[in-house]
Design a protein around this ligand. Structure first.
Ligand SMILES: [Zn+2]
Length: 471
């Protein structure tokens, strides 16, 4: 459908300009102060138009556990997460719908779902989220979260001899599953892309990484992984490889201009050089890093080194929401405490660019989305500047990034399709989603994770934390 957004504010070098924007066949056809109405007219008065953000790293099914995992570091948090992970594809579908809606309502038009798989029902898991994303209308990159080593191998052994059982699925079987996933679901022109997404160096063999590199080269797929999220992972990489995880991934050929790496908290100067020379993207997940005590990713150093940075919410159990604007705000101001030289700090406009164009670059989509440019696909978000949280009138982007914008998204288009109108999804019934999420859950406290009980003493010992007294 063709349409024209009239009298809308867009950011320009010298502030803001009121323009009309014509959309023809899903692409931006013209941006100018004086344009005829082409197709449907959309009233853009007192509204701000921006390119959609990329929620560049999340795990949709974590929504079922948000707000409930105790204050644990990643390794213990994961133990509890996996003990209670949802095993019903219908639940997976519903949390993907929820993740998509929350992403859209906070300015996102693309989601990267590093998808936790139901063992034995892997293809069904992917099918469930693909159905959800198609129904809601968000652009999605789905990276089945794969590993071929057991959970316990993700914790450093600290000098002890590790005796881990083999993982339930071999690298070869996992690569076969990926191949089938690509054949069934990879439809980039329809807005659904499959990516190769090993969990990370902490739980994957070289064979699995190499197989992923081969598949991504053969099918031109993006590559995605967690990278050095915690201090424990840094110790583990040295135990496992005798060098840093970044160096090892470089040797395996996993880094590159279509590789995005979530977290990157524990990198040293040499690692930063390697990300820069390979043109890899860092996905910054500030809320998760704070929630799990992982640390503060050196985002200002990455920017100075010319490394592309994008923002992610990370899964809803380590955030504990999917509010992209919130991730942008915290990810912007957090770094001011790391550098006294305020000229290095991220400005609100730079933050918006990282969230949109930065996200697009990491997915190899910079030619298609990520900015308001004629010829690009219409992945657009219209913000209501008369909302109470955006008043009084000062700097719209400053209010959006530094303020606490609440229900400010009026409309969202993905590939020119209006998927949010008047603040509501146009293709799914949110009341129905609410009742499904309500009815399939219960108020829940005091659960006990058996895996946490198994690994906690060992974790505390390798991290040199005092022994816990029993009782
Ligand atoms: Zn993650």
């Amino acid at each position: 459908m063709n349409f024209t957004i009239e009298h809308v504010l867009i950011p320009v070098d010298q502030g803001y300009e009121e323009v009309s924007v014509q959309i023809v066949e899903g692409r931006i056809a013209a941006i100018s102060p004086n344009l005829d109405i082409l197709g449907t007219a959309i009233d853009g008065r007192n509204k701000l138009l921006l390119p959609g953000f990329v929620n560049a790293h999340t795990h949709s099914s974590e929504m079922w556990q948000r707000g409930m995992i105790p204050p644990y570091p990643l390794e213990l948090w994961l133990a509890e997460l996996y003990d209670f992970t949802p095993l019903d594809p219908e639940q997976i579908y519903l949390s993907a719908v929820g993740t998509a809606v929350e992403t859209l309502l906070t300015g996102g038009t693309t989601v990267v779902d590093h998808l936790v798989l139901i063992p034995g029902r892997e293809l069904e898991t992917v099918a469930a989220v693909v159905r959800a994303y198609r129904e809601v209308g968000i652009r999605a990159f789905v990276g089945p979260l794969i590993q071929d080593e057991v959970f316990e191998s993700g914790i450093p052994c600290g000098g002890t001899e590790p005796k881990h059982p083999t993982y339930l699925r071999s690298a070869a079987a996992t690569l076969e599953f990926l191949q089938e996933t690509i054949a069934q679901f990879h439809r980039p022109t329809e807005g659904i892309s499959i990516m190769v997404a090993p969990t990370g160096a902490q739980l994957c063999s070289d064979a699995l990484f190499e197989g992923c590199v081969e598949l991504s080269d053969r099918h031109t797929l993006c590559r995605h992984a967690h990278l050095l999220e915690t201090k424990a992972q840094k110790l583990l990489a040295h135990e496992k490889y005798g060098c840093s995880a970044v160096e090892h991934l470089k040797q395996l050929g996993f880094l590159g201009s279509q590789t995005s790496l979530a977290h990157c908290v524990w990198l040293d100067e040499h690692d930063i050089d390697l990300l820069g020379t390979t043109r890899s993207t860092v996905v910054h997940n500030p809320l998760s890093n704070l929630r799990l005590g992982s640390g503060v990713a050196p985002i200002l150093k990455y920017r100075q080194a010319g490394i592309n940075v994008a923002f992610g919410c990370d899964g809803a159990a380590s955030n504990d929401s999917q509010d992209v604007l919130e991730a942008i705000k915290i990810g912007t101001i957090l770094h001011n405490v790391t550098d006294l030289d305020y000229t290095h700090w991220v400005t609100p406009r730079q933050a918006i660019e990282l969230a949109s164009l930065g996200g697009a670059i990491g997915l190899g989509m910079a030619g298609e989305i990520g900015s308001l440019e004629v010829g690009k696909q219409a992945d657009l978000v219209l913000y209501d500047l008369t909302n109470l949280s955006m008043l009084p009138r000062t700097d719209p982007i400053g209010l959006l990034v530094l303020g606490r914008p609440t229900q400010v998204v009026d409309s969202v288009w993905v590939k020119g399709d209006r998927v949010i109108a008047a603040g509501k999804p146009t293709r799914i019934n949110v009341d129905e989603l609410r009742s499904q999420l309500f009815n399939r859950s219960q108020w829940s406290v005091n659960r006990k994770s058996p895996t946490v009980q198994q690994v906690e003493a060992h974790y505390r010992s390798v991290m040199q934390l005092p022994v816990l007294s029993i009782g």
